[in-house]
Design a protein around this ligand. Structure first.
Ligand SMILES: NC(=O)c1ccc[n+]([C@@H]2O[C@H](COP(=O)([O-])OP(=O)(O)OC[C@H]3O[C@@H](n4cnc5c(N)ncnc54)[C@H](OP(=O)(O)O)[C@@H]3O)[C@@H](O)[C@H]2O)c1
Length: 356
């Protein structure tokens, strides 16, 4: 018998996979370093079970969906009503190995599911395809991939960690209309971007496992660095420091767990240093990093070439006239839009170019 392959998707698969993507995103970085995953069980065009992977080490999305389906079935006795066969939709190929939880493929087979639609393969080269093969071998009808790019993009942090063994790195800064990061005066810098930019920043913080600032920003601005406008989860604080003592009751040091301090020797080669920092972050299971300044910290990442996205807010109504000049992004933005008084620009390294 030849190797079985999944079938191509049908029209309604795209609709249900979009819903899987929506529910997958809810937990933000709580699942990190695991991937974001959403699952649905659909029968007769109705959702009869749904679930997301909510926290690292906890039950996977499809297990939550199967549990909900089971309890719905017990309360409505739907099988006895002669309804059509349920289909499981899942944004990421089910796992086929014993990790922190048992293999999901076995739970799907044991539950009697006979039709599965998946979004994309597991990006880990050693496990990719194994879950789909197990389902096919068990005689389950499998369709997919469906919305593959969207599903992979949602898990770009997980995929970067699996394939490149480093965290996904986002650089972010706010600048005045005349191109300054601060006004060059002692004490905390002026607020540059508006409330909408702040909300977007907090969403970015909610999605990354870690947030980094340089020691000078910590000392001068005492930044909060939580995603407090949106609530849990908050990223782990990382400070880049040359080893001088950082005395002071900084807000970041009141957080639990307390900040991870990464050593920044002077002089250093940017690429070697950022690679070493990335290794430490991976050891700590921190597979995504938001770098929020200041200038020297942003420069070290830009000079190393190790970054994936850049997000810039430029307040078009504020001129500071002097201060620390903002860095120049090394490419053109892929998106530009107005958010309140700010112009918001996003730059992308090319996730799919690198991973294809
Ligand atoms: N607009 C924005 O988005 C934004 C965001 C963040 C920060 N900022 C502004 O950026 C400015 C800070 O940027 P920056 O480039 O000067 O520095 P930074 O990138 O925040 O911090 C790195 C620098 O801190 C110094 N440093 C390292 N370890 C230290 C330690 N243990 N104790 C004291 N100093 C240490 C070193 O500089 P030296 O060797 O020269 O001391 C190092 O190069 C602040 O004015 C802040 O307001 C703006």
């Amino acid at each position: 018998m030849g190797i079985q392959q999944p079938m191509p998707p049908v029209h309604q698969d795209f609709l249900w996979m979009r819903r899987c993507l929506e529910i997958a995103r809810i937990p933000g970085s709580s699942v990190s370093p695991n991937p974001l995953v959403g699952a649905l069980i659909v029968q007769n065009h109705k959702i009869i079970g749904q679930g997301a992977h909510l926290r690292w080490g906890s039950a996977h999305a499809e297990i939550h969906a199967l549990q909900q389906w089971r309890s719905n079935r017990l309360s409505h006795n739907s099988a006895a009503n002669g309804e059509g066969m349920p289909t499981l939709y899942i944004s990421l190929e089910p796992c086929n190995h014993q990790g922190k939880t048992p293999p999901c493929t076995e739970a799907i087979i044991d539950a009697g599911i006979q039709s599965v639609v998946f979004g994309c393969n597991d990006p880990h080269p050693l496990v990719s395809g194994a879950g789909i093969n197990r389902l096919l071998q068990a005689g389950i009808m499998v369709r997919g991939p469906v919305l593959e790019k969207e599903c992979r993009w949602m898990n770009r942090r997980f995929e970067t960690a699996c394939r490149r063994n480093r965290p996904y790195v986002i650089l972010k800064w706010a600048m005045s209309a005349d191109g300054f990061l601060d006004n060059g005066e002692p004490g905390p810098g002026p607020r540059i971007s508006g409330p909408l930019a702040s909300l977007i920043t907090h969403q970015l913080r909610r999605e990354q496992a870690a947030i980094m600032v340089g020691a000078q920003t910590l000392i001068k601005d005492d930044p909060d660095l939580r995603a407090w406008r949106l609530g849990d989860p908050h990223p782990r604080v990382v400070i880049a420091s040359d080893g001088r003592s950082m005395d002071g009751p900084y807000r970041a040091f009141a957080r639990i767990p307390e900040p991870l301090v990464l050593f920044w020797p002077q002089p250093c080669r940017a690429e070697d240093l950022v690679k070493a920092w990335c290794d430490t972050l991976m050891e700590q299971r921190l597979n995504s990093l938001l770098v929020e300044g200041g200038r020297k910290t942003l420069d070290i990442f830009l000079n190393s070439g190790i970054w994936d996205e850049i997000h810039i807010f430029q307040n078009q109504e504020l001129n500071l006239h002097h201060g620390t000049p903002a860095p120049y992004p090394p490419c053109d933005p892929i998106r530009e839009e107005k958010v309140g008084k700010d112009t918001y620009r996003i730059y992308l390294k090319g996730f799919f170019d690198v991973h294809e």
